[in-house]
Ligand binder design. Sequence first.
Ligand code: MN3
Length: 200
Amino acid sequence: MAFVQPPLPFEKDALEPFGMKAETFEYHYGKHHKAYVDNLNKLTEGTELADKSLEEVIKISFQDSSKVGIFNNAAQVWNHTFFWNSLKPQGGGTPTGELAAKIDKDFGSFDKFKEEFSNAAATQFGSGWSWLIDDGGTLKVIKTPNAENPLAHGKKALLTLDVWEHAYYIDYKNARPAFIKNFLENLVNWDFAAENLAKA
Ligand code: MN3
């Protein structure tokens, strides 16, 4: 059974009023994300990994240095799907309920969380990702290089921002900090983060 690219959770132009053009999704979803799915299918076709879940493929290939190409593509398939769900039209604002309480407890305040998240996203050298994770009951911000993700390390991701240059070049050219600021102010899907926190 081949791995499939899930549909975007919004129309390609739905984020235009909130700082991300339809053209970004034509490339980032339509070409980059699709290529990771196509490559993963080519690399796993006819192997025992073809019948595993995407999550299992990520965990197995991360532990096996002979499968680095499979890991990179599998993790990038998962990371991008997770990223699209971390965005929503008219997102941003502040979290509520248990998530808000845990952010206050573990970071000191929502502003401190935003500062840590922005800093991780801005200082990831080269390509990678910034994450809010639940690390055994404590919320943390981490950054990962290239395709690496919390799942590979057995951690639960709540939210992510893609900071590969292809993620922001169409909308922000080289200005990664402006892309990060816009994500936090206008795009973050706090409902998705709260759903992930509530999962076992
Ligand atoms: Mn990307």
